[in-house]
Structure formats: C-alpha cells, structure tokens
Design a protein around this ligand. Sequence first.
Ligand SMILES: *Cc1c(COP(=O)(O)O)cnc(C)c1O
Length: 373
Amino acid sequence: MLKKDPPILVTRPSLPPVEEYEQLVREIFSSRYLTNGGMQHQKLEAALKEKLETPNLRLFTNGHLALECAISALHLAPGEIITTPFTFISTTHAIVRCGFTPVFCDVEPDYFTLDASKLEAAITPRTRAILPVHVYGNPCDMEAIERIAAKHNLPVLYDAAHAFGISVHGRAVSDFGTASMFSFHATKCYNTIEGGAVATKDAAYAELLNGYKNFGYHADEEIREVGGNAKMNEFQAAMGLLNLKYFDSEIEKRGKVATRYRQNLSGIAGLSFRPIREGITQNYAYLPVSFNPAVFGANRDQVSDTLKQYGIFARKYFYPLTSEAACYAGQFDPAKTPVALTASRNVLTLPMYASLPLSDVDDICEIVAGCNK
Ligand SMILES: *Cc1c(COP(=O)(O)O)cnc(C)c1O
C-alpha cells in the first residue's frame, strides 16, 4: 500500500459551503456588530437551545473557558472536585485553575466514564462538586451518579464536550445534572471554529454565567462578579448556524464510516470496539479501538507507529492520564485509577470524520489487521 499523500489525520473539520458563510460574513460586515451578543449569536443560542433541548444555554468562545465559568458560577467553598483522569487535560486544568483540588475516581471498564460504584469512596468532608466526563459521546451512568450526588447534596457538572446531540432513552444529556459543558472546537463533531456552551435547567445559574463570561457585567454599570472574557464572537456564531444546518447529514456520514470500521475489524482477537450504552443516540464523535497486548499481535503504540509509516495519524486519546501530566508530577498516583491507566495504554482513536472515504477506511483497517502477527 502506498503512503497516504496528503496524510490522513484523526479528524477533519466539517465545513459548510463557503458561499453560505460569505453571505453571513456580509451580514456581519453590514451590521458592524462583531461580538457581544449580536444577531448571529442570538440566533445560534436560540437554535442550540432547541437542538440540545435545554431551557437555558450560554455560548462561549471555547469549551475550556465555558467549563471554568461553569465551575466559578457554582460559587463553591474551597475544596475538592471529584473527576476522572481519562479525559482531555482541559477538564483537570479547569478544576485546578479555578482553585480546587481534583480527586480522581476510576472509570468503568466498558465505557471509560466515571465508575459510580467507586464514587462514594472518593467523597470527603471537603468534596464540593462532581465533574464527570461523557467519554467519546458515551454518556456516564448519570442516574447512579446523581443518586449519590443528591444523597451528599453535591452539584454535578458534566464535561459533555464529546456529547453534542446525545440522548439517553429519549432524554437529552443536557437535561441531567446542574449543568453540562459542550465544546464546539474545530476537531469536535459539531464546530463553531472555536466555541463552547453551557446548558442548564437553572435560570439563575445561567444568569451568573453571563457575568463570568463578560467581566461580571449584567447590565450597563452593574458589575457583580470578578468575571473574565469568554464571549463567542459573530464569526464563530455564523459558522455554528451553518454547521448546525448540516449536522444531521454529517452524523449520518460518520455513522457509515463507523459501520465500515466495525465490519472490517470485528472478530479479531485482542482488538475491541467500545460497547455502546443501551438506549442512546450516537454522534460517532470518535472511533476508539482497544488493543489487548496479551492477545493481539502488537501493542497500541506499535499499531500507531505502523499507521504513521503509511501517513495515517491516529491519536492516543487519552494518553497520558491527566493525573500523569508533567505539570502535576508527584501530586497524584495514577496506580489508584488502574482501569483508567490500562485504558490509556491500550486505546487508539482511528481517523473519523464525515468526508473520510470508505476506501481509506478499508486501507486503515488492512494496516491495523496486518499488525496482528
Ligand atoms: C475538547 C475538550 C475540552 C475543551 O474544549 P475546547 O473547546 O477545546 O476548549 C474539554 N473537555 C474535553 C473532554 C474535550 O474533549
């Protein structure tokens, strides 16, 4: 097989037809209203409230700052926030940058989401909130987590960066917990170039988010919080409106890519796909595959390196664990979350995007299967 030129990357952003974006850019130019909640922003906020089935939604310039604002707006006393280390570093950084101590709970072996059966043991008198992550679009066991949270009177803030458009038995993910943060980064299955949102059922909390993303302003001359600046601008919102229009057809194409991977690679000993929780709609945000090095003929890193030789760049999401990051050296013990640790060593996310040709999927699968020697 020839080396891929141009190379195949793990993802490729969805883009609307450029003429449609030009049209909205013209509208922005003629309004001369570039940010601070202009027309495009208002339209996108309304459209996403409907799409994510939430009564209150606030837009942000990116998912990370959305998460920081969401933590700040909980108005917690200093202390600990329980989370998982098998996530993008943003989740842990947001907790630490807001002045809290992350406490790492292990993940479930099937879904890599917070293991509710280990949650109670992580709660201490200093626990202030729970911050679980819906990994790869697989939602957490929200009912079990929220039962424990309610018993201990703790708010639950979900990192739903991967869970755009997901529902569980017909109920939207944003309907759970105190609030959910979504990321609209270019690499996510729905993008506003950079961007993010927080959805919540709590109207007063949503009003606080306005302050935290805009220097504490709630009205002219009324500055209530020590807020920063995390506002989404009009160019981002315009991209979001157009990508929303094409979202369902993009997800359908992703679904076909996912099906092809499963057809090609099923039944290989030591290679497994993540199971899908019962009753959920999928967004096919990622294509994670686990390699059991005791059974498969190569370990995860060897498969990754072999793909690279062919110009195919899979990613080790998530490696290292956030608790192993150099900036946290010596603070946490990754061995205390053994399931997460094993997952981080064995998982590879293969290229996944709507416009990935099925013939390329076949080539990728042939190379992966060929590593089983
Ligand atoms: C992408 C991501 C974030 C951060 O979102 P940005 O929009 O990139 O700032 C946070 N958490 C998880 C799990 C993510 O994948």
